[in-house]
Design a binder for this molecule. Structure first.
Ligand code: 8Y4
Length: 286
């Protein structure tokens, strides 16, 4: 499926060209983090892990200090900053790629931008009080993600009419709200939010219907890596979902996703090369 002309995100001075699907490598700094044990508290360890991912082909690194896994409790802003502040300072000064910060809190957005962050990744789509204005003031690109409910209870009984249309409508509305708050379209990225207030069926309805989101005319990011929609389908624990996650990422990229948030960079880089080649085979002649 053909893609429109390549958008470019200005991530605080570092340009991220979305001419082909780009890889967002996930760095976890939460103590209860979902699948890599949260062993990246130390800035040095975080830097090593981030450098490894960049060496493997990651185009941007995403870090977060608040667990958003189903059932997770909220973390106060001060604790979130304590977790990610030192790591962020080191990563932003040492890495050549932009660093995205996974947060919903205005205080964290402001501090992150000051530390040199290149993008704001908000699973709450700037609905927290003060988040719209804080994000607007950073001048950074913002990823607005769909979530039904809140992490603590979102998996209890999610209900949609048509999940693709409902998520599309939500994202279209948030784009409008963001633009009116001064966040220009060239700074906006959307994400359907796999696993966030969705049943297994909803998740696969979304995965099959991603092409629809190109109608929003901003780049699409997806996070499928290691998620329970893969584990439940295959009855596999988080550390055995790589092949399924790579297949899912491939389907998403084929339907126009420009940013793929993953834990496993190497496999996804290879898969994205296959997608890029199938989309533009003549480019292989060089
Ligand atoms: C089920 C299983 C539900 C795992 C959630 C999770 C995304 C994200 C996360 C995503 C964007 C995770 C921070 C990690 N997922 N940000 N963040 N898109 N933009 N959670 O899909 O895998 S949390």
């Amino acid at each position: 499926m053909a893609l429109a002309d390549a958008p470019v995100l200005d991530c605080g001075g570092r340009q991220l060209t979305l001419d082909r699907p780009r890889i967002m490598g996930v760095l976890n700094v939460t103590p209860d983090s979902f699948s890599d044990g949260g062993d990246f508290f130390s800035p040095q360890a975080a830097l090593e892990q981030a450098r490894r991912m960049v060496g493997q082909g990651a185009d941007i690194i995403d870090i977060g200090g608040e667990s958003t896994r189903p059932g997770a409790e909220a973390v106060p802003a001060a604790e979130e900053l304590r977790r990610i502040g030192p790591v962020l300072e080191v990563l932003c000064s040492e890495l050549d790629v932009p660093v995205s910060v996974d947060t919903s809190k205005p205080e964290v957005m402001t501090a992150a931008a000051k530390a040199g962050a290149g993008m704001i990744n908000d699973v709450f789509a700037l609905r927290a009080e003060g988040a719209l204005d804080a994000a607007a003031a950073t001048g950074l690109p913002v990823c607005v993600m769909h979530m039904q409910g809140v992490p603590r209870t979102m998996q209890r009984n999610p209900v949609y009419g048509d999940v693709v249309e409902d998520v599309y409508g939500f994202l279209a509305e948030r784009l409008g709200v963001c633009e009116r708050a001064g966040i220009g379209r060239e700074r906006l990225v959307v994400d359907p939010g796999f696993g966030f207030g969705k049943t297994l069926v909803h998740n696969y309805q979304l995965l099959g219907g991603l092409q629809r989101f190109q109608g929003l005319e901003v780049p699409m990011l997806v996070g499928l890596s290691r998620k329970s929609m893969l584990g439940t389908l295959l009855d596999r624990p988080a550390d055995q979902r790589l092949h399924a996650g790579t297949a899912a990422a491939t389907l998403a990229a084929w339907q126009g996703a420009r940013l793929i948030r993953v834990h496993d960079v190497v496999a996804t880089v290879d898969a994205m090369a296959v997608v890029a080649a199938a989309r533009d085979p003549e480019a292989l002649l060089g």
